[in-house]
Ligand binder design. Structure first.
Ligand SMILES: Nc1ncnc2c1ncn2[C@@H]1O[C@H](COP(=O)(O)OP(=O)(O)OP(=O)(O)O)[C@@H](O)[C@H]1O
Ligand SMILES: [Mg+2]
Length: 288
């Protein structure tokens, strides 16, 4: 697989206002995202996740180093539209991303700005709404939808631009468990069935556990990088960064402190339950 995003020795500081000093977020950040992969990015508040994401489609430009998207330098002004066509962004608040009064018009907004023919826009809008499971709502008013449905409309608007990569910055932060599931299931399906690269920034460990790869940021650097099992079994490291492992792993870790010897890589609830059932049978006196 080739890389779709390559962050090379990235340095970035927000400029200071008046006499206040600027904020240095990255000094030498390096990260590659493989095409077609599903990567979760974790890290405490202020570690630089959103700042990094904004470099992926030229919302921010590096102060040093470079960011390459599909082989294009994001700082190359002539490639700005091409970069943004390839990398779509979904943000936290669905209300801020809705621009039209009818769902299908909202989804058409992005492709219309690309100067695409109306027949092609029609095809893309129908296709995008189907992919997020919202085609029945094409004529509805977006502001009357639930938060999860609005986020799926925002994702449809991005898909209609046919990007190779979608970057989602805490897309479920304002959603209830059902809305969260709808959004995560939608992006997983797009990754699996359409091969769209997904970069998911989240504070929810259970969402990150569904990715192929988890990258943990801390103070502008990569503090851990691996499969969910590899990263989440490093419970002490995560705690030292102010983070937690998924609840299943935290439970096993606590039980180990009480004398069990459980592996820390059972992320799913069902596999954790099976592990605990077997452990109680074999490790507790009289357990069977
Ligand atoms: N527009 C801005 N101007 C100045 N400093 C900023 C700006 N945006 C972010 N910062 C600072 O840059 C650092 C990184 O912020 P960023 O928003 O990237 O963090 P984050 O990891 O996304 O945090 P969160 O989990 O809270 O979303 C923080 O210290 C933050 O205060
Ligand atoms: Mg953020």
């Amino acid at each position: 697989m080739s890389e779709i995003i390559s962050v090379e020795h990235l340095a970035y500081s927000y400029p200071g206002v008046d006499d206040t000093p600027g904020v240095a977020v990255f000094e030498d950040m390096n990260l590659k995202v493989e095409e077609g992969s599903f990567v979760a990015v974790l890290g405490g508040n202020g570690c630089g996740k959103s700042t990094l994401a904004k470099h992926f489609n030229s919302i921010l430009l590096p102060c040093g180093g470079r960011v390459m998207v599909c082989g294009m330098d994001t700082a190359d002004e002539e490639r700005l539209i091409a970069v943004r066509r390839n990398v779509g962004m979904v943000f936290q608040n669905p209300d801020n991303q809705i621009v039209a009064n009818v769902v299908e018009e909202d989804v058409a907004f992005g492709p219309e700005n690309l100067g695409i023919s109306s027949a092609e826009i029609r095809r893309r809008v129908d296709n995008a709404l189907r992919q997020v499971g919202m085609n029945e709502f094409a004529q509805h008013a977006p502001h009357l939808l639930s938060g999860g449905q609005k986020q799926r409309i925002a994702i449809a608007g991005i898909i209609a631009m046919e990007p190779k990569c979608i970057v989602l910055d805490e897309p479920t932060a304002m959603l209830d468990p059902r809305g969260r599931r709808e959004v995560i299931d939608t992006v997983m399906k797009l990754n699996r069935e359409k091969g769209i690269t997904v970069v998911l920034i989240t504070h929810h460990m259970d969402e990150a556990a569904k990715a192929q790869r988890v990258v943990v940021l801390h103070e502008g650097k990569v503090a851990a990088d691996g499969t969910p099992k590899e990263v989440f079994s490093q419970v002490e490291l995560l705690h030292s960064l102010g983070l937690a492992a998924p609840e299943t792993v935290e439970l096993c870790w606590e039980l180990n402190k009480q004398g069990f010897s459980l592996p820390l890589d059972r992320l799913g609830e069902e596999e954790c339950a099976r592990l605990l059932y077997d452990a109680v049978k074999t490790q507790c006196p009289g357990g069977n």
